[in-house]
Design a protein around this ligand. Sequence first.
Ligand code: KG4
Ligand code: ZN
Length: 338
Amino acid sequence: MIILAIETSCDETSAAVLKSTRGHLELLANVVSSQIDIHKQYGGVVPEVAARMHVKNILPVVMEALATAKVKPEQIDLIAPTAGPGLSTSLIIGLETAKTLSLAWKKPLLAVNHMYSHIAANFLKGQVKFPAACLVVSGGHTEIVHLKNYWQSKKLGQTVDDAAGEAFDKVAKLLGLGYPGGPIVSKMALNGDTEKYNFPRPMMSANNFDFSFSGLKTAVLYQSKKENLKWEPTVCDFCASFEQAVIDVLTNKTIKAAKKFKVKTVMMAGGVAANRKLRETLEDKAKEAGFEFMVPEFKLCTDNAAMVAIAAYYLSQKKKVKLDNYKKAVADPNWELV
Ligand code: KG4
Ligand code: ZN
């Protein structure tokens, strides 16, 4: 089976080609066209600009993915676009392109949930020992998901305000570091003191699996007003202390959930899962507590179509892939998880 996947939920235009041979998955192409350089000047993603860039890039990106994979349209068995959640103006471009190709090439379409795709990036690493608990941390979401198997999942908790990635982006902005915040904050944190500022660990000991990051962001803001942010070592200390607070909360709650629900595997997914220190900390804590640990390779953490293709492969094992699916696929923030 050959799957062409398309991802345009935010500011990356991406297309991937995945081949499955009796359950063995081989990624033939994963083209990602990032708009970061364009949105940087505005300090964040501007939805209308993102949509226009998707319109410009989508067909060249799809064609490049097919050329890299050396796959012709007639060899494709399934077309898999992201349906949501995401920016609706961005989602529409990838989804409508996929629907049009589905109709023109007479190939079935399977629309995929973006959060399930992030989680599914782990499935390329090999068989998962279920049940599993997955920490999903991106620019728009922070949640812990319990997976009974590849197709049955339940959300155990989520952020009540900002997402973890959003907190990284906002803190970077208030420290004058630019966009996106995660990579730059974690880089500066390498030269900073994690204990210089004792920032709050919101909801860390609350008896649930929810998160909150807006208070932490405000604490960084108030402290930053008292300091000289022109002095680089101070900015590094801010980054290190903030990053440590986020990591403490995320990892403690994930391990707590893993223990409570007696899972076998702890996983992580989403753009913030590209954070090296978070990966190392969660891996250490998971292994120490006796769990298996999985995390996707770096380039499959931030938005990309390879993860959509992997998700579509697993979904296609359970769901009927019909030729006329293109008729009912719509950009939908609540598109079914599985
Ligand atoms: O999953 P993603 O690419 O897009 C969404 O679905 O939201 O995640 C993007 C988020 C951004 O907030 C970005 O700052 C964050 O992931 N991020 C990181 C790192 N790399 C990307 N956060 C912390 N550390 C990183 N190294
Ligand atoms: Zn994402």
